[in-house]
Design a binder for this molecule. Structure first.
Ligand SMILES: NC(=O)CC[C@H](N)C(=O)O
Length: 208
C-alpha cells in the first residue's frame, strides 16, 4: 500500500518505491518507510535477513517514516514489549507503548487536523489498528527538536484514554524529528496521499 501511494504522487521528480528485503536493496534507498504489522516480528525478520544492523546505520543518516508498528521500531524505548524484549532502531527520542489504545476490537478512525500538511483545512482520516501510544518526548537539549504534527482531539479520545489533557503526549499521533516522520496510524490505508507526499517532499527530497 505504501509503494502504491508513493507511485500515485504527482511530483516533478517521480520517486520510485521498491520493497526492501535485503541489505543490498536498502543500500540503494534515499529514504525508507517501515510499515505497520507486528513490531516484534518485523524486528525478528530484520535480524534473520541481516537487515537489523544496516537499518540501525541507515536511520543515522537517511530519512525514515514509521507507521504504527514501524513507529514502535523508530522509538527510543518501548513499554509493553513481548517477553524476550524488542529490538528498536532508536531513531526518534520518544518512548511509546505497544497496543496503548486497547486490542484489535478497539481499532478506530478519527479525522485529524495536521500541521503543515497540504490543504490543511481538509482533515486527514487516521486509521488506528492496535496502535501504539506516545508516552513521552525527550527533553534533552542535545536532541533535534520534535515537531508535533497531529493530536487526537480530546473529545474523540477512545475510552482507554478519555479525560486526558490536550497537551498530554499521549494525544500525539503524528510527529517529526528532523528528517524522520512517525505516525501511530495507517495513512496508507486511505486514498489520501498527503502524508506520503509530505514524507517524500519534506523528509526525502529535501535531504538528497
Ligand atoms: N497496526 C499495527 O502496526 C499494530 C502494531 C502492533 N500492535 C505492534 O505492537 O507491533
Amino acid at each position: 500500500e505504501h509503494q502504491a501511494a508513493v507511485h500515485r504522487l504527482s511530483l516533478t521528480i517521480r520517486p520510485v518505491a521498491i520493497l526492501v528485503r535485503t541489505p543490498e536493496e536498502l543500500a540503494i534507498c534515499d529514504g525508507l518507510i517501515i510499515p505497520g504489522g507486528e513490531s516484534t516480528t518485523i524486528a525478528l525478520l530484520a535480524r534473520l535477513s541481516g537487515l537489523l544492523d544496516p537499518l540501525k546505520e541507515f536511520v543515522k543518516i537517511k530519512p525514515v517514516w514509521g507507521t504504527c508498528a514501524g513507529a514502535i521500531l523508530l522509538a527510543q524505548s518501548v513499554i509493553g514489549a513481548k517477553k524476550g524484549g524488542q529490538e528498536l532502531l532508536q531513531a526518534i527520542s520518544i518512548s511509546i507503548a505497544r497496543n496503548g489504545w486497547g486490542s484489535q476490537v478497539e481499532s478506530f478512525e478519527v479525522p485529524l487536523s495536521v500541521e503543515g500538511m497540504k490543504d490543511s483545512e481538509t482533515p486527514f482520516i487516521g486509521v488506528f489498528i492496535r496502535a501504539p501510544v506516545v508516552l513521552e518526548l525527550s527533553s534533552s537539549p542535545e536532541d533535534t527538536p520534535i515537531q508535533v504534527l497531529a493530536r487526537l482531539p480530546a473529545e474523540l479520545l477512545p475510552p482507554a484514554l478519555s479525560g486526558l489533557d490536550d497537551s498530554d503526549p499521549k494525544t500525539i499521533v503524528a510527529l517529526r524529528q528532523g528528517r524522520h516522520l512517525l505516525t501511530t496510524f495507517h495513512p496508507e490505508l486511505t486514498p489520501d496521499d498527503r502524508f506520503h507526499e509530505y514524507f517524500v517532499r519534506h523528509c526525502v527530497l529535501s535531504t538528497i
